[in-house]
Design a protein around this ligand. Structure first.
Ligand SMILES: [Zn+2]
Length: 352
């Protein structure tokens, strides 16, 4: 019985994708041949969630059409970057291929923040640490609000990554203003930590004030938005950084498992958001083995099979599906079935 139902799921997975999100209006996606369906789902839902979330929370949106170009590889093995109005993702890059899905989702949201940067500041005048740090911080903030990782855990990850990189010992934040600095991974962590400190001082909305203050020079914009001259902030931050220690959260959700795991696994703790309106994103989470590959099958309230999506688990075995509920979906109780090969769990939620 299990084998038969698995075979059906595998067959359908090749024929029935999740629908396109309403928030994707104005976004043109191009996926290279061979793009994995889980990567495609993450890129689509990451852009859709970022558009919806930052418009709702902060009243900001990318006004012009967005082109999202998902490729196999790109120069220097960069996993993603932006140009004005365009996002590029390299799913064949090592850093993407081995990243937990949560970090892939976070990367896509990070790139969306850069689109907001380009829109406000086409000359790209802001310090590199602040551009990357705000993209990183705001993406983790959005993920915290989604319920997939607490911001405190991300903060532990930044501090731990900084402390694990002796090349940054004694290198002040001010040295990361110029784009000529080696863009090592820790640029993102020191930038995110500095931005989290700025947010503690001035509030998160101050970041968007700062992005938009392009009629001032960047030093004046910094002082106006955050209420402290940038030189004074640098001095404060170095003192804060010297005393920053991880609070002891488990950061394994963000670490790189060797996967996909070939082993079938059990699934437990399947939960769905309580209610999702048509056109919004549904979220289902569960627990399984690190790197396990699982499949979610989605049945609309009228019982119609509405989509299947395979997904990989993060480094701690947590797994999620984030996908749009089509406008045409009837209201009522929708059902999802999740299997990682051993057992099948269901999670229900209300549509409408
Ligand atoms: Zn970036």
């Amino acid at each position: 019985m299990l084998r038969a139902s698995l075979a059906i799921v595998l067959f359908l997975a090749t024929t029935l994708a999740f629908p396109v999100a309403a928030a994707e209006t104005g976004v043109a996606f191009t996926f290279a041949n061979g793009t994995l369906s889980d990567d495609e789902a993450i890129v689509r839902s990451g852009i859709a969630y970022a558009r919806e979330f930052f418009a709702r929370e902060f009243g900001v949106t990318v006004e012009a059409p967005i082109a999202v170009d998902v490729r196999g590889t790109q120069q220097y093995d960069v996993i993603a970057y932006t140009a004005p109005g365009a996002v590029f993702v390299a799913t064949g890059a090592m850093g993407w291929h081995y990243a937990p899905p949560l970090r892939k989702l976070q990367t896509v949201i990070h790139e969306y923040i850069h689109l907001l940067h380009w829109q406000a500041d086409p000359a790209a005048t802001m310090p590199l640490w602040l551009a990357e740090g705000s993209a990183e911080y705001l993406a983790w903030y959005a993920i915290d609000q989604l319920g997939l990782l607490d911001l405190e855990v991300a903060r532990d990850f930044w501090i731990g990554s900084l402390q694990a990189n002796p090349a940054l010992d004694g290198v002040p934040l001010s040295a990361f203003e110029q784009p000529t600095i080696d863009g090592s991974a820790s640029l993102y962590e020191i930038g995110a930590l500095a931005v989290s400190y700025l947010v503690e001082r001035a509030g998160i909305a101050a970041l968007f004030d700062y992005f938009a203050l392009t009629d001032l020079n960047r030093a004046d914009a910094f002082a106006a938005a955050f209420g402290v001259p940038i030189g004074g902030f640098y001095a404060e931050f170095e003192a804060f950084r010297a005393g920053a220690v991880p609070a002891g959260y488990d950061v394994s959700r963000l670490q790189f498992p060797w996967y996909p795991s070939a082993e079938v696994a059990e699934v437990s703790n399947a939960v769905a958001a309580n209610r999702v309106a048509q056109g919004e994103l549904a979220l289902v989470q569960a627990s399984t083995g690190p790197g396990a590959v699982c499949t979610l099958t989605f049945y609309a309230p009228d019982g119609a099979l509405a989509g299947t999506q395979s997904m990989r688990a993060n480094g701690d075995g947590s797994i999620f599906w984030l996908w749009p509920i089509a406008e045409t979906t009837p209201a009522g109780i929708a059902l999802t079935e999740i299997t990682c090969g051993v057992n099948t769990l269901t999670a229900a939620f209300e549509v409408g």
